[in-house]
Design a binder for this molecule. Structure first.
Ligand SMILES: NC(=O)c1ccc[n+]([C@@H]2O[C@H](COP(=O)([O-])OP(=O)(O)OC[C@H]3O[C@@H](n4cnc5c(N)ncnc54)[C@H](OP(=O)(O)O)[C@@H]3O)[C@@H](O)[C@H]2O)c1
Length: 244
């Protein structure tokens, strides 16, 4: 079993995932950069290796069971454990489409990636995370998954609160999985938390987002490297707890 810490970040060929790989590797962690596309994933990993970082490309289409299985086998065979799993891959299909108009197809494709694949990959990798002496699972959620904030007309997301319902609901489901899995694993060395990265300038967040990607990766990195007395089953932006 590797003595160095091993992390996997899904959907890491660009955006917040790519930057999360960079920041974790800069802490001396061996990071597997998960990406569904061979070429873009290998290029992204090579770029970070060029910065002197210990980063390897791992082919992983989170929606493909065979790809999940082979990624799990690579990690088991090569490292024998997984210290950090960051479920970062995500899609948004219905931003700016109202609750009454989003199609079932948009709901299904959103839930496929953001929820079902996240659950199945986590279940598959959990035995490897349990082999770590300080396992950390970080699920990328959003402030848009907060029922409390959607139902408060004074909340900062009130204006976005009648659209993007499939995306918002998918992140609320991620929040529920996070808190239930964390409760199941209480008393073990594995912590499970949900990370809101902020509104970040990426292909998903858009140009008008206030945060640069370097800041957008910070919450994931904080939760991935929590000390033993850190929280589990929480919903965070940086160190701040968000209302469910
Ligand atoms: N940006 C924001 O303001 C913001 C705010 C709140 C939450 N988030 C969350 O943060 C996470 C990262 O978002 P981002 O802004 O960095 O988005 P992004 O730039 O659109 O990147 C999304 C990443 O997910 C990957 N992905 C999508 N489907 C995949 C699949 N089936 N298998 C493997 N990878 C897949 C994409 O790969 P391809 O390049 O191959 O498509 C890409 O690498 C998401 O979960 C998002 O919901 C973002």
């Amino acid at each position: 079993m590797s003595s160095k810490k091993i992390a996997l970040v899904t959907g890491a060929n660009k955006g917040i995932g790519f930057e999360t790989v960079r920041q974790l590797a800069a802490k001396g962690i061996t990071v597997l950069l998960g990406a569904r596309d061979e070429k873009r994933g290998a290029e992204a990993a090579a770029k970070l290796r060029g910065e002197g970082l210990d980063v390897e490309f791992l082919q992983l289409d989170v929606n493909d069971t065979a790809s999940q299985d082979s990624a799990a086998k690579v990690i088991a065979d090569k490292y024998g454990k997984l210290d950090i799993l960051i479920n970062n891959a995500g899609v948004a299909q219905d931003f700016r489409i109202s609750a009454s108009q989003a199609t079932l197809d948009q709901w299904r494709t959103t839930f496929e990636t953001n929820v079902f694949s996240l659950v199945s990959l986590t279940q598959k990798l959990l035995p490897l995370v349990k082999k770590s002496d300080a396992g950390r699972i970080v699920n990328l959620t959003s402030i848009l998954g907060s029922l409390t904030m959607h139902s408060d007309p004074k909340s900062p997301i009130a204006l976005a609160s009648s659209s993007g319902t499939a995306y918002n609901a998918s992140k609320a489901a991620v929040n529920m999985f996070t808190v239930n899995l964390a409760n199941e694993l209480k008393g073990t060395s594995v912590k499970v938390n949900a990370a809101h990265p902020g509104w970040v300038k990426t292909d998903m967040g858009g140009e008008e987002a206030p945060l640069e990607v370097a800041d957008g990766a910070k919450t994931s990195v904080i939760l991935a490297t929590l000390p033993d007395d850190g929280p589990t089953g929480g919903y965070f932006f940086l160190h701040d707890k968000l209302p469910w």
